[in-house]
Design a protein around this ligand. Structure first.
Ligand code: ADP
Ligand code: MG
Length: 222
């Protein structure tokens, strides 16, 4: 019965994340059941403080659940889990090409091989001509494309993007989202995007709402 289902990448079962703040505990994520499978396109929509980043950190393995379980497929390594943040994720002293190649270099690839892969990824997201620039010499939208290229170069199995369009105007944000969707399609990766913008969320296949640490499915209206 389940044989035709795409492979499971992450399985959360009653996964919760509580931050211990001395006498006050903050429950960032209440017991959550969530499956991420190959090919998934999921948007998590919610206001600031609702627990979106915390949920993403659980999926990424950056945080361990304080209750429940988060099981991750063996194919998900730090390299194949591609993270895109809201902004400021580029290292100022490194060129766009060096920034894009960095995860591969850190994973042990030679500089030459890493830069070859990085250059192809930059070209794929349409910014090959920016390779030699420094982060301060490109726009915010271009910087987010670099972040997407960097993830693409990692041959990701899952891409987790935390408010990737949050600091961009609507048109630029739309282009970055196009770029993310193309990168996920090209690499065959699952894609999870958090956002507070419902317009961004409708571009993804499945939408969930995050409210006060609780994940709720959103009924499709089409
Ligand atoms: P969102 O990404 O939707 O803005 P977060 O996941 O960042 O929400 O935060 C959810 C809740 O957890 C908030 O109340 C926030 O203050 C709290 N929180 C997040 N990270 C920490 C932390 N490292 N220590 C303590 N509380 C935190
Ligand atoms: Mg957040």
């Amino acid at each position: 019965m389940t044989d035709n289902m795409p492979a499971l990448l992450v399985q959360c079962r009653q996964a919760a994340l509580t931050f211990d703040q001395g006498p006050r505990a903050v429950v960032a994520v209440h017991g959550t059941d969530l499956d991420i499978r190959v090919g998934d396109r999921l948007a998590v929509v919610g206001p600031s403080g609702s627990g979106k980043s915390s949920l993403l950190h659980l999926l990424a393995g950056l945080e361990q659940p304080t209750k429940g379980t988060v099981a991750r497929a063996k194919s998900l390594t730090p390299l194949t889990t591609g993270l895109v943040f809201q902004s400021d994720s580029l290292i100022p002293a490194l060129s766009v090409l060096e920034n894009t190649a960095l995860p591969l270099v850190l994973a042990g690839r030679s500089e030459t091989a890493a830069q070859e892969t990085a250059r192809a990824a930059l070209q794929r997201v349409g910014i090959g001509m920016l390779a030699a620039r420094l982060p301060q010499e490109i726009s915010g939208g271009q910087a987010q494309r670099v972040a997407v290229a960097r993830v693409l170069a990692q041959s990701p199995v899952m891409i987790l993007a935390d408010e990737p369009t949050g600091r961009l105007d609507h048109a630029t944000g739309g282009q970055v989202l196009d770029c993310l969707l193309q990168a996920a399609d090209h690499s065959g990766a699952a894609l999870v995007v958090t956002t507070h913008d419902p317009a961004v969320a409708t571009r993804l296949g499945t939408r969930c709402a995050m409210r006060d640490g609780r994940l709720l499915p959103v009924k499709e209206t089409s």
